[in-house]
Design a protein around this ligand. Structure first.
Ligand code: ATP
Ligand code: SF4
Ligand code: MG
Length: 328
């Protein structure tokens, strides 16, 4: 199999206060594929993405066994080399659109700046490209929108502008961090359709961060489930929904209403407790305080098991796990 476009192994991020936000994460995103990263709030999704882009907060330390993009080693890349890739060959849509769009500048000046910096284009070429990209993401009267400020746009339009801006330089990889969380469901569906269409038409690889399994079911080719700074399960989407292995993945899926599986009035599942804030030096399974199957061995290093082709999970439970399912 050819090398993944984005190949992450053993990624670790620790903050100055001692929080081990990411603890050995591995994710591989293939060209032309949508890979969803899911998990509850605080499990390390955004920090993983920011670590890839080398945009972590001051005081954070990042290390990895492997961090490669298109065959290039990101760990040995200089700041200038990284700045050349960022926004150009790999682009990111941030979790908060209002914090990444500068309120003091028009949409047009922010979009053209990206293109002029990376492609060395003239003002006119960059403006034409910006108008083309706004039209491409379904914004009518793009010429007028280019002259507007972010606060003059609705939430849905702002999100489309963010996507258009990210695609200005025709990137190979788009990282989209919760791109629809702040939107109502109809706009959310439009943005997801738009992303799926762009991904197909442009052959983009997309790493889509979300906590919404409904979104995952609709758009993902592959899913990685994160918990307490680790990817605890990774599989093709159909396989993950059909044969979840990790108790946390099962818990997440039990929280989703599935027509036909849940009877009217029947309560949905929930996972008691919250994601722990893990400190550097923490050992063992991060889920053990919430897991119905926890055993003393779970406090020691946890093995990773294969559960079929391109499906693996991080848990003490192995072959005997399916026999325990009825007890969950
Ligand atoms: N700048 C920072 N300084 C210290 N700790 C941080 C910082 N940024 C994030 N963290 C911590 O790192 C952990 C992972 O945070 P992260 O933002 O990646 O979560 P997330 O999975 O993206 O959650 P959400 O779904 O809420 O966006 C959390 O415990 C968070 O408090
Ligand atoms: S390693 Fe242990 S505590 Fe963690 S999910 Fe598996 S059984 Fe539960
Ligand atoms: Mg986040």
């Amino acid at each position: 199999m050819s090398e993944a476009l984005l190949d992450i192994a053993g990624l670790r991020v620790t903050f100055a206060g001692g929080t081990a936000a990411v603890r050995g994460t591995a994710i591989a995103v293939n060209r032309g594929e949508t890979h969803c990263l899911v998990g509850e709030s605080g499990c390390g999704k955004s920090v993983s993405a920011l670590a890839v882009m080398n945009l972590l907060a001051r005081g954070a330390s990042r290390s990895a066994d492997r961090l490669r993009f298109a065959g290039e080693d990101l760990l040995s890349l200089s700041d200038t080399g990284m700045a050349r890739l960022r926004g150009n060959r790999m682009a990111m849509i941030f979790q908060e659109p209002m914090t990444s769009l500068n309120p003091a500048y028009t949409v047009g000046s922010q979009m053209t700046e990206v293109h002029r910096r990376h492609k060395g284009s003239s003002r006119q070429v960059a403006t034409d490209r910006a108008a083309e990209m706004l039209a491409r993401v379904g914004i009518t009267a793009p010429g007028m929108r280019l002259g507007q400020f972010p606060h003059q746009l609705s939430g849905g339009l702002r999100q489309r502008v963010m996507i258009a801006m990210a695609l200005m330089c025709d990137p190979e990889l788009l990282i989209a961090d919760e791109p629809t969380t702040a939107l109502d469901v109809t706009v959310q569906a439009q943005i997801l359709r738009l992303l799926a269409g762009l991904q197909r038409d442009l052959g983009l690889a997309v790493l889509l961060i979300t906590h919404d399994l409904g979104i995952v079911a609709r758009v993902a080719d592959r899913v990685s489930v994160m918990y307490a700074g680790e990817v605890v399960e990774s599989a093709r989407t159909n396989d993950l929904f059909a044969r979840p292995q990790h108790p946390y993945t099962r818990g997440l899926l039990d929280c989703v209403p599935v027509p036909g599986k849940i009877r009217p009035g029947e309560p949905l599942g929930s996972i008691p407790g919250v994601v722990p804030r893990v400190r550097a030096g923490f050992q063992g399974c991060g889920f053990r305080d919430r897991c119905a199957f926890a055993m003393p061995e779970c406090a020691a290093e946890v093995p990773r098991h294969a559960a079929g082709e391109a499906h693996d999970y991080l848990c003490r439970l192995a072959a005997d796990w399916s026999g325990l399912r009825g007890a969950a």
